[in-house]
Design a protein around this ligand. Sequence first.
Ligand code: 5GP
Ligand code: ZN
Length: 112
Amino acid sequence: MDCVFCKIANGEIPSKKVYEDDKILVFHDLDPQAPVHVLIIPKQHISSTWEITEENSGIIAYVFEKAPQLAKQLGLDGGFRLVNNCGNDGGQTVQHLHFHLLGGRFMAWPPG
Ligand code: 5GP
Ligand code: ZN
């Protein structure tokens, strides 16, 4: 499959890894939008949040379990933003489910 994040997950494309286990990989975004900007991806290929079902939703709980631990490790004591872009209107550009973990500065709301 021609999926850039699957290729990152299997090591075909290099990345700056922050954390890895059997379920997820966490690596620095190529184009950081904040002092800390990492991507949390499931190793399993799921195209987007549209594809989340009763069968595979456990990975979402797992990401949310790991996110605050990662945020602490990355020094984001003041808080963080965890973002999922879904579909074209949501601004999704890579068709492999991922969460942006951003921090190190104040995050404005609403997003552009
Ligand atoms: P999206 O716009 O789909 O929510 O987010 C995709 C993110 O992946 C973007 O922030 C983009 O900078 C990042 N990205 C795209 N290709 C690569 C890559 O090859 N390596 C890394 N580290 N980040 C990537
Ligand atoms: Zn993929």
